[in-house]
Design a protein around this ligand. Structure first.
Ligand code: ADP
Length: 441
């Protein structure tokens, strides 16, 4: 990362230096050129005035060698040049500055000299005679100006690279430091020291980290609970089996013990089934197979299955279902309704009742399981959905409970995007409402 940032910096800086150099050179050169031509034009005007006033030759002979002076007549024939013999010079009408001066009164041009590092600047003006007076001077070319600036530019570049290395080092360190600190200590609350752009990231990481910890804790707790739950029926199975094996129990008593073994074994089976269901639903790639189902129909089927156990508890079952559809996994729907109705019967009172209602409300379908049972106190209402949480352990066990029924209900509801609401009053009953999205309207 550091290297990449540095590379970016260096590239940007190189482009900036190159652009600045080119621009500055062009600007300086154009000013420089303008200045030389202006000087030349002043020289030419002074010369013209002097020429008008006095003896041409003697004035021209006095001229400093730095300035080249050429005079041509109106046909372009060179009549005088202070550097070259005029007689040997070709016609000058084709020189741009002279042609321009003939036409407009004055003309200028810059031409490369024989060497690359200098250029010749020309200024020409028309004389009253119709001929042209031209003055010329050699000066540094744009290239030589650039070459002169080059060492300075190189020095600047080196300095800038050094500065860039230092700055990018400091910047990346500052950027990375809070992340490194976070990686070292996930629970550290000193994130305030980091910069605001990092805050959402820190928050997400932290909440995920907490979630992972929570899940890990839950798993450990769950494993401990499972072992404990499995141990109880297994202990009683092996106890009774031992008694029968040793011959201490015989006849009627042995049959009674065998019955106990059977009971514990089926309890074990129910428990294992529930655990398997939960872990199936827990696995992240567990797909639910949704189809359009009528929860009212499923509720009626479940009620039929539970009629026997309701009669045993002397509880009446009523169904009030309206036709409406939801998109759900049929088997999970059956489980959810079964678990809710089963609880409503098992935690009921003799002579109590259970009412199952399914009805559409706007774009929702409500499944309401209402009982007139023992109810759940306020402080337990939140916890009953936890795995293995039971308000009255002995009653739960006596009625074949595993403490997992509502955890499974909660799971299924979550998988279907449904919401659960629990209303309960100890001594007068419990109502659990699950609201699903309505389908196929
Ligand atoms: P269990 O297998 O013990 O019934 P659940 O997860 O189904 O486990 O329920 C957890 C606990 O919530 C139960 O042990 C019971 O104490 C309480 N509970 C559940 N449903 C009802 C209800 N309808 N009325 C009163 N208490 C209930």
């Amino acid at each position: 990362m550091k290297r990449r940032i540095l590379a970016y910096f260096v590239r940007i800086m190189a482009a900036a230096i190159a652009a600045t150099t080119i621009l500055m050179t062009l600007l300086t050169y154009s000013m420089f050129e303008k200045r030389i031509i202006e000087d030349l034009s002043v020289d030419a005007r002074v010369l013209e005035a002097l020429l008008k006033a006095g003896d041409v030759q003697s004035i021209l002979n006095e001229l400093d060698d730095a300035l080249r002076v050429t005079i041509v007549d109106r046909q372009g024939v060179v009549t005088y040049d202070n550097r070259v013999d005029a007689a040997g010079m070709d016609n000058h009408l084709d020189r741009p500055e002279i042609a321009e001066a003939m036409k407009n009164g004055e003309g200028r041009d810059v031409r490369d000299s024989r060497t690359v590092d200098s250029s010749t600047f020309y200024y020409a003006m028309r004389l009253e005679s119709g001929g042209v007076l031209r003055v010329a001077k050699e000066a540094a070319s744009i290239w030589s100006i650039y070459m002169r600036a080059l060492p300075l530019i190189l020095l600047m570049t080196v300095l800038m690279i050094a500065l860039n290395v230092a700055v990018s080092h400091v910047l990346t360190d500052r950027l990375v430091e809070p992340i490194r600190r976070l990686a070292d200590d996930m629970d550290g609350v000193h994130s305030a020291a980091s910069y605001p752009e990092l805050q959402p990231f820190v928050r997400t990481i932290r909440s995920q980290h907490e979630e992972i910890l929570r899940n890990a804790n839950m798993r450990v707790e769950f494993t401990a609970n499972v072992s404990h739950e499995l141990k109880t029926p297994l202990t009683s199975i092996s106890g009774y089996a031992e008694l029968i094996e040793s011959g201490m129990a015989a006849g009627e008593q042995a049959r009674h013990f065998a019955g106990q073994i059977n009971k514990s074994a089926s309890r074990l089976l129910t428990l294992i089934n529930d655990i398997i269901r939960l872990s199936q639903m827990d696995s992240p790639d567990a797909e639910i197979e949704c189809e359009i189902v009528e929860p009212g129909q499923i509720a009626e089927t479940v009620i039929e299955q539970l009629r026997m156990s309701a009669e045993k508890m002397n509880v009446t079952l009523k169904a009030d279902v309206r036709p409406c559809m939801i998109s759900a996994d049929r088997r999970m729907m059956e489980e959810l309704i079964y678990n809710l109705c089963d609880n409503a019967i098992r935690y009921n009172v003799r002579g109590g009742s259970v009412r199952v209602e399914v009805r559409p409300v706007k774009d929702k379908v409500l499944l309401i399981v209402q009982d007139t049972g023992i109810g759940i106190s306020k402080e337990n209402q939140e916890r009953v959905f936890e795995r293995f949480y039971r308000v009255d352990k002995s009653r739960s066990k006596a009625t074949g409970g595993t403490g997992l029924g509502l955890a499974i209900v909660k799971h299924i509801a979550a998988k279907h995007g449904a919401q659960i609401a629990l209303q309960s009053e100890p001594g007068s009953g419990t109502t659990i409402t699950v609201s699903f999205d309505r389908a196929g309207r």
